[in-house]
Design a protein. Sequence first.
Length: 225
Amino acid sequence: MKPKILLVDDDRILVELLAQYLSESFEVVTATDGHEALRKAYSEQPKIVVLDVVMPGMDGWDVIARLRELSTIPIITLTGKTAEADKLRAFGLGVDDYVVKPCSFAELSARITAVLNRVKRRTGTLDNIIIVDRLIIDLNRREVRLGNELVSLTPTEFRLLEVLARRHGKAVSEEDLTKKIWGEYRTEDSTVLRRYIWSLRNKLETDPSKPGFIVNVRGFGYMLE
């Protein structure tokens, strides 16, 4: 099975050409911005990330920092920045190699292989970490971050968020949520669940009255989207 790599660059033509070349040796997943890169790092579980640092919106520096908060996954920067300060910044953030554009596709492929060989005994996955835009839910450490800020949740609030996160993008009924949180044989009034939903929204949402993370599914329940 070919190792899966995540290739990130806002230059769509370069991404297409490079992905075509690298596909001979690797399974290639692509992203063209920082937010998409983080989502695919979680959903696709690549063995290595190759990314540019100059991108609109969330740039490569932020992506590297976010990935390093969550995982030891190998990272190679592919960039036109040649200043020593940029190289030092990259290695300071924990990248495994720094490749300057322009470089041959063959050289990049060789560097990817070399890094994978060096770190093949090191765990670099994002198992049990769910990323929804700026919201990061670490189910292993039982931590929640909003951007770079740690969010303090009660055990019940975390359990509620965990149930929604494990079914990310799918509606969960009020009945199922109640059973998962308080048990099969314990009955709680629906207003109790709604109070916890409101409490979560107050901690996670910019405007709790117009939620962007935990949304209502009318007549059914809630969904993390």
